[in-house]
Design a protein around this ligand. Sequence first.
Ligand SMILES: *[C@@H]1O[C@H](CO)[C@@H](O)[C@H](O)[C@H]1NC(C)=O
Ligand SMILES: *[C@@H]1O[C@H](CO)[C@@H](O)[C@H](O)[C@H]1NC(C)=O
Ligand SMILES: *[C@@H]1O[C@H](CO)[C@@H](O)[C@H](O)[C@H]1NC(C)=O
Ligand SMILES: *[C@@H]1O[C@H](CO)[C@@H](O)[C@H](O)[C@H]1NC(C)=O
Ligand SMILES: *[C@@H]1O[C@H](CO)[C@@H](O)[C@H](O)[C@H]1NC(C)=O
Length: 888
Amino acid sequence: MAFSLCLVFLPLGILSASLLCLAQDQSGFISLDCGSPKETSYREKTTNISYISDANFIDTGIGRSIRAEYRTQFQQQTWYVRSFPQGTRSCYSLNLTAGDEYLIRASFLQGDYDNNTTPRFDLHLGPNLWTTVSITNSTTPSIFEMIHLLKSDHLHVCLVKTGASTPFISALELRKLKNTTYLTQSGSLQTFIRADVGSTSDLVLRYGIDVFDRIWTPFNFQNWTQISTNKTVSIDNDYQPPEITMRTASIPIDPMAPMNITLTGLNGTELFYVFMHIAEIQELGSNETREFTIEYNGRRLYGPFRPIALTTTSVFTPFSVGADANGQYLFTLRRTGNSTLPPLLNAMEVYLVNLLPQEGTGEQEVDAMVQTKLGYGLNKIDWQGDPCVPQDYRWDGVACSYSGNDPPIITSLNLSGNGLTGKILDSITGLANLETLDLSNNNLSGSVPGFLARMNTLKVINLSGNNLNGSIPASLLEKSQQGSITLSVEGNPGLCSSSSCTPKKKKNSAVVPVVASLVSIFVVVAGLVTFLILKKKKKNKPEFSAVSGTGTTPLHSSSLHSYESKNRRFTYSEVLKISNNFERILGRGGFGIVYYGILDNNPVAVKMLTGSSVQGYKQFKAEVELLLRVHHKNLTSLVGYCDENEKLSLIYEFMANGDLNEHLSGKRGPSILTWEGRLRIAAESAQGLEYLHSGCKPQIVHRDVKTTNILLNEKFEAKLADFGLSRSFPLGNETHVSTVVAGTPGYLDPEYYRTNWLTEKSDVFSFGVVLLEIITNRPVIDQSRERAHIGEWVGLMLTRGDINSIVDQKLQGDFDQNSIWKAVETAMACLNPSSARRPTMTQVVVELNGCLSMEMARNQGSRMTDSTNDSSIELTMNYTTELYPGAR
Ligand SMILES: *[C@@H]1O[C@H](CO)[C@@H](O)[C@H](O)[C@H]1NC(C)=O
Ligand SMILES: *[C@@H]1O[C@H](CO)[C@@H](O)[C@H](O)[C@H]1NC(C)=O
Ligand SMILES: *[C@@H]1O[C@H](CO)[C@@H](O)[C@H](O)[C@H]1NC(C)=O
Ligand SMILES: *[C@@H]1O[C@H](CO)[C@@H](O)[C@H](O)[C@H]1NC(C)=O
Ligand SMILES: *[C@@H]1O[C@H](CO)[C@@H](O)[C@H](O)[C@H]1NC(C)=O
């Protein structure tokens, strides 16, 4: 499966002329000639790519030279290799930007640099296995490529010794891609093949021809013939395949035959993404048409489709495709009945999915470890790459806590007896989950820093056997005396620990800190007192604040009046009365507990907010004013609120039938939700969401669309709950600095997660997930399933044509097939990885109303025909409109 190309390193004589005229900017390129001397910097003659030495990106390994005779045969970046005779894992460390997408290429040419001409070792990307490198011929280069979207600012590419042989590497290249391209539902993409189909030159193309320096191999097939044009072909879409590849294409020799492309040498478990680049390059007569479909394992994926004259259309799978039951991966381009010409194909890329399941240690903790390593000048051979994962290569002296593939956390750092000098470094504070810190038996000097007392997770601190001086911070001593920290400081002759300071000389220095702390305590106390007095004053004379309030902001207070009719704002004691002292809990939501209440003889739901940030409280009022203005039959309406001394609550209309999730899961007894009922709920909640997106000014993004936020009233009418709140009440641990994104796992838009850029299309994604739950009645995330996420799982089932396994068995087949398919299509469109390609909620509403009327027509007895499989096959093909062209 290695992507191994001999031609790449050969001088591309014929091409170099055109390379020079097409000289392109190399911004976004990182080109490392591994093992070359530190000051190395040159432009490779045949490709014009600028290389530099790798020395600043890695700490270990030694530069070696390939055999001199080979130099003339291969490009310059292969002349040296970096070889790693010492240590087990050696990592390149690159500082990039999270959210950027790179094509990462590692190249290996053994070139007889040492005696072992058939080495074998592993290549890792971060904490995950990328591939095993196995060299069998010292003059045959091996190249591995990965298209990877960065989750953090660090990227580690590691070589791992797995047997007797010594790992080495020739070149490491990174090319920044547009992060609107090569998107996946999950995982990264390993190049399987990148083919210049119908090439007439037999040349391998790369930079100079390709702006992203993708490597294209010529690809011809005996049953196919080539066509070409000398005219300009537009390549103006985000994929930008090289124009030269688009000017040539293959067509079948037999004009009636389909073009079949099979992926081989696989075990059937692999998943792929496929990208086809297609342009009409023949001049068609007025009575000629070229129209074809793209099928995968016998099912239509895309089309019928007519390639556009001299314009590139990039067609790709937005979901990964797997083998069918026979282990087959067969793509077919087949002409339609109306076509007078056979299909054509100009270029094709196939990528294998590598899920890279293990997440790396948190960025902050990695930074803390790197700073500590640099700060102490620690020269530890295994301190490379991720400190915790893979577990086998955890850094010596570091202990971590693991939970599946989640990011591990660093719980212990033991640098005992490492000859550390200087002070205790501040960088240690970055280890936010540290429980044990052992710095004993070093030569550390300076004082014991106060931050140790503020690291709340710390339980054990061992500083014994150093040269620390001064006094131990009072707060730390206190914790130690209380027993919440085990503190060892013996063997620091200059350190004064508590009252037992015997050396007379030190007495002064011991007293001073105490005085200092007394002073500071005094200051604090004084401040408190003043504050209390002021507060009291204010309370005693409320008229002052009232006068100044209305005096300075008359507009504000009058505008407040218009929304805030008196009976909508309640005091806390009124809330207690309404809820009868919080007698009955209705549920627990993301923002707090919801209680049953009675207001004016009507049932209501009282939501007590437990906001997690002060910021949230500040915005509460603005938010409430907004919400009080939002009225739509498919949104739960706010009837009142309370905002008293940080007791915040919202009072909503009561929804007698609970939430959709309870009905689907059967928690409310045997489900009475028919397909028609489900469609109605879907269409109604879609309308509520559409109103937030298009009917409100400013637009409201819900941010937490999920089945538990779709509520049903006594008539089973659906209303969306919890909208608008999320703007001021962060969910989970979100703070302004962290990159943790609000939302519920599984419903969260991967693009939002990646970019932190919130749009209404993130709600569309979540709504797509809700729709799939309505159709399948299966969990959103289920690790025991072939694909954990419901969207990917449904995508996989669809590529297998397995519609019956998707639909909720509880429906017992009692539904209109067309309607189900249309709903599935709509859901999958909502889940498109690229937010720009998702429909708007307005479009979703139209689609769902269409589904609903089909199903209603059936239920009213006017069944279209016997809804046998025929119609479903027809529609199965429709599913494929999900595989859209990338052309703009
Ligand atoms: C390595 O490959 C080259 C070119 O394919 C071939 O000429 C050579 O004999 C091979 N070397 C070995 C040791 O197999
Ligand atoms: C393109 O130009 C070359 C050289 O001028 C010529 O040999 C070739 O036939 C042309 N091809 C087409 C398809 O016109
Ligand atoms: C298209 O028209 C040309 C002449 O104008 C004729 O020779 C050719 O056979 C026609 N092709 C088809 C498929 O009808
Ligand atoms: C051929 O085209 C006609 C008119 O555009 C259309 O009605 C017909 O369904 C097409 N037939 C096939 C087999 O695509
Ligand atoms: C730290 O490592 C030393 C040996 O290197 C060991 O004696 C000591 O117990 C370790 N400390 C902790 C807290 O485990």
